[in-house]
Structures are given as structure tokens and as C-alpha cells.
Design a protein around this ligand. Sequence first.
Ligand SMILES: [Zn+2]
Length: 242
Amino acid sequence: MSWAVAIAVGVGGAFAAWFVLPWLLRRRAVRHLHRLCAARRAIVLTYDDGPGPRLSPALADLLARHGVRATFFMIGARAAGQPQIVQALQAAGQEIGSHTQTHLNAWKTAPLAPVRDIRAGRETLARLGAPSALFRPPFGKATLATRLHGWQNRLTFAFWTVDCRDSWESPRPVAEVLARIEAQGGGVVLMHDCDAPPRSPNPAGHPDHVLRLTEAIIAFAAEKQFSLLPFGALLAAPVREA
Ligand SMILES: [Zn+2]
């Protein structure tokens, strides 16, 4: 084997281990979530990138009115600035997971920076009295390093199956989100409880959109007899008999 071929094989192997293996693990985890949601006829409401000073407390009120528990994947730096929201959500029985300290994209930063970001995010939540082994990678991106860190620290990588695209330039209409949930027989629904996502065409309208969407999903779940569970409970809940 020439040196050039040996180097090419080495680089290819390293690329596969660093990016492709975590990507395959993500696909497997998402398939598992599809199966769990369908078997349990369950919907999981999840909110990333918060807490948002306006939206998160409003969501807490809405969820409490309906007796629904959801999962909030928080950015440590935002949580640290609003400890009262973290504590109010936790006191209300809402589930809290980590979404790193500063929302680094693991595929676009120096190799070990995302590991430090995960650790710092979890430390912040623990300091605020909300330690969690649930972890949602920003943008769903993981590398071999973040996966190894996850295994070492017994983290559950928590992905989603229905993206509402509420922080995108073109959010999915509410009816389309409900149709996707129905077609999947349930789902882990991704929304954002930061107040004004930068890519949104109408940042000021984001909180109202997420509140409307949440209310519509709760009504839909009641009408179609889906259970609304926090993420951790989805993994632990018994399968419902048909
Ligand atoms: Zn995020």
C-alpha cells in the first residue's frame, strides 16, 4: 500500500468514526422514538433554546392549566440569567434537560469545544437545582467526542421526530404539524421557548405562535386520545394495549 493510499484510508476511517458513527446513532435513536411514540400513542412536547423571559412562564401557565408535563432543553447561559424561571418550571413538575451552555454546533467547532459546552451546560443546571441526564445536542449534531462524553456520563441523547420549524423563516403551519403527528401515530415535537429566534420572519410574534401551537397540540391529543408525556416518561412508560 502506498503512503497516499494509507493516508486516504486513515483519513476516511477517522471521518467515519468522528461524524458518520454519531449520525448513524442518531438515525437509530430517532427510529426508536418513532416506535415508542406509536406503541404508546404518545406525544412529547419539547422546547429548546430557552428559557425565554416572556414565553417560558406563559408556557408554564398554559401547561399547568391543562395538567400537561413537557420537557425544556435549556441553554445554560440563558438559564443562569433567569434562575427563577428554571425553578418555577421545576416546581410545576416540568422536566428539564440540557442543551449545552452556549449552543455550539458540534460539527462546526474545534473538536473538544462541544464537550466543554455540554459539561458547562449541565453544571449550570445542576447549580440551579435542576440536574439532568437528558441532553439534546444543538442542531442534533454529535461527534465521536460528544458521544464518548455522553457514554462516560450516562447521558441520554434526546432527539425529536416532528420539527415544527417554529424558529425557521417558514414555520410549519399548525395543521401540518398535527397531520405529521397523526401520520406518525404520535411523536416527539420540537419547538423553541426562546422569545425571539433570530431566523424567524416575525420574532416578536414567536411567543404567540408557540403558545397557539402548543394549545392546538394539547386539544388534538385530547380529541384523538394521545397521551402527553415528558421525554423521560416516554422512555419508561408501559406500552398501551390496543
Ligand atoms: Zn437549539
